[in-house]
Design a protein around this ligand. Structure first.
Ligand code: FE
Length: 230
Protein backbone atom coordinates (compact mmCIF):
# COMPACT_ATOMS: atom_id res chain seq x y z
CA UNK A 1 0.00 0.00 0.00
CA UNK A 2 1.10 3.52 -0.57
CA UNK A 3 1.69 4.34 3.09
CA UNK A 4 3.92 1.32 3.46
CA UNK A 5 5.86 2.19 0.34
CA UNK A 6 6.33 5.75 1.46
CA UNK A 7 7.56 4.52 4.84
CA UNK A 8 10.00 2.25 3.05
CA UNK A 9 11.28 5.04 0.83
CA UNK A 10 11.48 7.47 3.69
CA UNK A 11 13.43 4.83 5.59
CA UNK A 12 15.77 4.43 2.64
CA UNK A 13 16.39 8.16 2.63
CA UNK A 14 17.14 8.13 6.33
CA UNK A 15 19.47 5.15 5.91
CA UNK A 16 21.29 7.01 3.17
CA UNK A 17 21.80 9.92 5.52
CA UNK A 18 19.73 12.23 3.34
CA UNK A 19 17.96 15.18 4.81
CA UNK A 20 14.25 14.50 4.90
CA UNK A 21 11.84 17.04 3.59
CA UNK A 22 10.94 19.30 6.47
CA UNK A 23 7.36 18.89 7.65
CA UNK A 24 4.98 21.61 6.64
CA UNK A 25 4.64 24.45 9.04
CA UNK A 26 1.46 24.35 11.12
CA UNK A 27 -1.33 26.27 9.46
CA UNK A 28 -1.37 29.12 11.91
CA UNK A 29 2.37 29.73 11.59
CA UNK A 30 2.08 31.53 8.28
CA UNK A 31 -1.41 32.78 8.35
CA UNK A 32 -3.39 30.46 6.09
CA UNK A 33 -4.90 27.04 6.37
CA UNK A 34 -4.52 25.24 3.06
CA UNK A 35 -2.97 21.77 2.97
CA UNK A 36 0.77 21.50 2.57
CA UNK A 37 2.29 18.30 1.26
CA UNK A 38 4.69 16.95 3.86
CA UNK A 39 6.05 14.19 1.60
CA UNK A 40 6.74 14.49 -2.14
CA UNK A 41 5.04 12.21 -4.65
CA UNK A 42 6.10 8.56 -4.77
CA UNK A 43 8.13 8.94 -7.99
CA UNK A 44 9.93 11.96 -6.57
CA UNK A 45 10.67 10.04 -3.38
CA UNK A 46 11.93 7.04 -5.31
CA UNK A 47 14.24 9.22 -7.40
CA UNK A 48 15.50 11.03 -4.32
CA UNK A 49 16.07 7.74 -2.50
CA UNK A 50 18.01 6.29 -5.45
CA UNK A 51 20.03 9.47 -5.89
CA UNK A 52 20.82 9.64 -2.18
CA UNK A 53 21.94 6.01 -2.07
CA UNK A 54 24.13 6.37 -5.17
CA UNK A 55 25.71 9.56 -3.83
CA UNK A 56 26.25 7.96 -0.40
CA UNK A 57 27.97 4.99 -2.04
CA UNK A 58 30.14 7.28 -4.15
CA UNK A 59 28.66 6.03 -7.42
CA UNK A 60 27.61 9.43 -8.74
CA UNK A 61 28.77 12.98 -8.25
CA UNK A 62 25.88 15.30 -7.31
CA UNK A 63 27.44 18.13 -9.33
CA UNK A 64 27.51 15.91 -12.42
CA UNK A 65 23.85 15.06 -11.90
CA UNK A 66 22.96 18.74 -11.53
CA UNK A 67 24.85 19.58 -14.73
CA UNK A 68 23.04 16.81 -16.60
CA UNK A 69 19.62 17.96 -15.43
CA UNK A 70 20.45 21.59 -16.22
CA UNK A 71 21.52 20.59 -19.72
CA UNK A 72 18.35 18.68 -20.53
CA UNK A 73 16.00 21.14 -18.84
CA UNK A 74 17.41 24.34 -20.33
CA UNK A 75 20.07 23.86 -22.99
CA UNK A 76 18.92 20.95 -25.14
CA UNK A 77 15.50 21.08 -26.72
CA UNK A 78 13.58 21.25 -29.98
CA UNK A 79 15.30 24.54 -30.83
CA UNK A 80 18.40 22.48 -31.62
CA UNK A 81 16.56 20.28 -34.10
CA UNK A 82 14.87 23.36 -35.53
CA UNK A 83 18.29 24.84 -36.39
CA UNK A 84 19.17 21.67 -38.28
CA UNK A 85 15.87 21.77 -40.20
CA UNK A 86 16.16 25.45 -41.09
CA UNK A 87 19.72 24.98 -42.34
CA UNK A 88 18.58 22.11 -44.54
CA UNK A 89 15.82 24.28 -45.99
CA UNK A 90 18.10 27.14 -46.97
CA UNK A 91 21.17 25.17 -48.02
CA UNK A 92 20.60 22.37 -50.53
CA UNK A 93 24.15 21.06 -50.15
CA UNK A 94 23.70 20.87 -46.37
CA UNK A 95 20.38 19.07 -46.83
CA UNK A 96 22.08 16.49 -49.04
CA UNK A 97 24.84 15.95 -46.46
CA UNK A 98 22.22 15.72 -43.69
CA UNK A 99 20.28 13.00 -45.47
CA UNK A 100 23.41 11.10 -46.49
CA UNK A 101 25.22 11.26 -43.14
CA UNK A 102 23.16 12.86 -40.40
CA UNK A 103 25.75 12.54 -37.65
CA UNK A 104 28.43 14.38 -39.60
CA UNK A 105 26.02 17.07 -40.80
CA UNK A 106 24.63 17.90 -37.34
CA UNK A 107 28.19 17.94 -36.02
CA UNK A 108 28.77 20.88 -38.41
CA UNK A 109 26.31 22.81 -36.22
CA UNK A 110 28.09 21.73 -33.05
CA UNK A 111 25.57 19.05 -32.14
CA UNK A 112 26.68 15.54 -31.26
CA UNK A 113 24.29 12.89 -32.57
CA UNK A 114 26.17 9.99 -34.13
CA UNK A 115 23.18 7.70 -33.67
CA UNK A 116 20.74 9.93 -35.58
CA UNK A 117 19.17 9.62 -39.03
CA UNK A 118 17.10 12.41 -40.56
CA UNK A 119 14.15 11.26 -42.66
CA UNK A 120 12.61 13.73 -45.09
CA UNK A 121 8.93 14.46 -45.59
CA UNK A 122 7.83 15.16 -49.16
CA UNK A 123 4.43 15.79 -50.75
CA UNK A 124 4.14 12.01 -51.24
CA UNK A 125 5.90 10.63 -48.15
CA UNK A 126 5.21 11.29 -44.49
CA UNK A 127 7.52 10.01 -41.74
CA UNK A 128 6.53 9.21 -38.18
CA UNK A 129 8.90 8.37 -35.32
CA UNK A 130 8.14 6.04 -32.43
CA UNK A 131 9.94 3.76 -30.02
CA UNK A 132 7.80 0.65 -29.75
CA UNK A 133 9.96 -0.92 -27.06
CA UNK A 134 10.27 1.96 -24.60
CA UNK A 135 10.91 5.67 -25.16
CA UNK A 136 14.08 6.08 -27.24
CA UNK A 137 14.08 9.63 -28.55
CA UNK A 138 16.61 11.94 -30.22
CA UNK A 139 17.46 13.81 -27.02
CA UNK A 140 20.39 15.71 -28.48
CA UNK A 141 18.17 17.50 -31.00
CA UNK A 142 14.72 17.44 -29.33
CA UNK A 143 15.41 17.39 -25.59
CA UNK A 144 13.07 15.47 -23.32
CA UNK A 145 10.28 13.40 -24.90
CA UNK A 146 6.65 14.39 -24.35
CA UNK A 147 4.56 12.10 -22.15
CA UNK A 148 2.45 10.82 -25.03
CA UNK A 149 5.58 9.61 -26.82
CA UNK A 150 6.24 7.25 -23.91
CA UNK A 151 2.65 6.03 -23.61
CA UNK A 152 1.80 2.43 -24.43
CA UNK A 153 -1.05 3.61 -26.64
CA UNK A 154 1.20 5.68 -28.90
CA UNK A 155 3.99 3.09 -28.99
CA UNK A 156 1.70 0.27 -30.06
CA UNK A 157 -0.76 2.11 -32.27
CA UNK A 158 1.79 4.20 -34.17
CA UNK A 159 2.90 1.02 -35.95
CA UNK A 160 -0.47 -0.73 -36.15
CA UNK A 161 -2.50 2.25 -37.34
CA UNK A 162 -0.28 5.26 -38.04
CA UNK A 163 -2.93 7.07 -40.07
CA UNK A 164 -5.46 6.66 -37.27
CA UNK A 165 -2.96 7.99 -34.72
CA UNK A 166 -2.14 10.97 -36.95
CA UNK A 167 -5.87 11.70 -37.36
CA UNK A 168 -6.18 11.81 -33.57
CA UNK A 169 -3.34 14.32 -33.47
CA UNK A 170 -5.29 16.36 -36.01
CA UNK A 171 -3.24 15.47 -39.07
CA UNK A 172 -5.14 14.07 -42.03
CA UNK A 173 -3.05 12.60 -44.83
CA UNK A 174 -4.38 11.96 -48.31
CA UNK A 175 -4.65 8.31 -49.29
CA UNK A 176 -1.87 8.64 -51.84
CA UNK A 177 0.65 9.80 -49.24
CA UNK A 178 2.88 6.97 -48.10
CA UNK A 179 3.37 6.80 -44.32
CA UNK A 180 6.71 5.48 -43.09
CA UNK A 181 7.07 4.63 -39.41
CA UNK A 182 10.56 4.62 -37.91
CA UNK A 183 11.11 2.53 -34.78
CA UNK A 184 13.81 4.07 -32.62
CA UNK A 185 16.16 1.98 -30.51
CA UNK A 186 18.81 2.64 -27.91
CA UNK A 187 21.32 2.48 -30.77
CA UNK A 188 19.51 4.57 -33.34
CA UNK A 189 17.15 7.55 -33.32
CA UNK A 190 15.25 9.44 -36.02
CA UNK A 191 14.35 13.04 -36.71
CA UNK A 192 11.80 14.11 -39.30
CA UNK A 193 12.78 16.87 -41.73
CA UNK A 194 9.39 18.54 -42.25
CA UNK A 195 8.38 20.18 -45.50
CA UNK A 196 9.14 23.89 -45.64
CA UNK A 197 5.83 25.75 -45.37
CA UNK A 198 4.63 27.83 -48.29
CA UNK A 199 5.05 31.58 -48.02
CA UNK A 200 8.40 31.41 -46.23
CA UNK A 201 10.62 32.26 -49.20
CA UNK A 202 11.75 35.59 -47.79
CA UNK A 203 12.45 34.43 -44.24
CA UNK A 204 15.90 34.28 -42.69
CA UNK A 205 17.31 31.01 -41.43
CA UNK A 206 16.64 31.97 -37.81
CA UNK A 207 13.07 33.06 -38.63
CA UNK A 208 12.56 29.71 -40.35
CA UNK A 209 13.93 27.86 -37.33
CA UNK A 210 11.35 29.61 -35.16
CA UNK A 211 8.57 28.02 -37.24
CA UNK A 212 9.76 24.46 -36.67
CA UNK A 213 7.96 22.55 -33.94
CA UNK A 214 8.85 19.46 -31.96
CA UNK A 215 5.68 17.73 -33.15
CA UNK A 216 6.64 18.24 -36.80
CA UNK A 217 10.09 16.78 -36.13
CA UNK A 218 8.51 13.67 -34.55
CA UNK A 219 6.07 13.51 -37.46
CA UNK A 220 2.71 13.96 -35.74
CA UNK A 221 2.16 17.36 -37.33
CA UNK A 222 2.91 19.39 -40.43
CA UNK A 223 4.10 22.96 -40.31
CA UNK A 224 1.58 25.61 -41.17
CA UNK A 225 2.55 28.69 -43.19
CA UNK A 226 3.41 31.62 -40.93
CA UNK A 227 0.41 33.59 -39.77
CA UNK A 228 -2.09 30.86 -40.67
CA UNK A 229 -4.11 28.73 -38.29
CA UNK A 230 -2.56 25.25 -38.05
FE1 FE B 1 13.23 3.03 -26.39
Amino acid sequence: MSTTRRDLLTGALTAAGAALVPPAAPADEHGHDHDHSTVPSDPALRVKALESLMVAKGLVDPAALDALIETYEHKVGPHVGARVVARAWVDAAYRARLLANTGAAVAELGVGADDLTVVENTPTTHNLVVCTLCSCYPWSVLGLPPLWYKSAAYRSRAVIDPRGVLEEFGLHLADDVEVRVWDSTAEHRYLVLPERPAGTEGLSESALAALVTRDAMVGIAKLAPPGSAA
